[in-house]
Ligand binder design. Structure first.
Ligand SMILES: [Zn+2]
Length: 69
């Protein structure tokens, strides 16, 4: 029983920690800012910008790095 409870707690901790960086981030694509073969993304929450080669939003919110300054 103790093992089961420990596993549940571990899963919850992993879920919370892995989502912390992304949960406040809302990436929006802006075609006008695209570079050659790179897609422009801007975060609606923290204003961070990033470019990716794949057509997929960045994983990390840069809000934490901006707040750290
Ligand atoms: Zn963000």
């Amino acid at each position: 029983m103790v093992v089961v409870v420990g596993l549940v707690i571990a899963f919850v901790l992993v879920a919370v920690l892995s989502n912390r960086a992304t949960r406040r981030c809302r990436w929006r694509r802006d075609i006008r800012q695209d570079r050659d073969s790179e897609i422009y993304w801007v975060c609606m929450n923290c204003g961070a910008v990033d470019w990716t080669r794949a057509e997929k939003a960045p994983n990390l919110c840069k809000l934490s790095t901006l707040e750290g300054k």
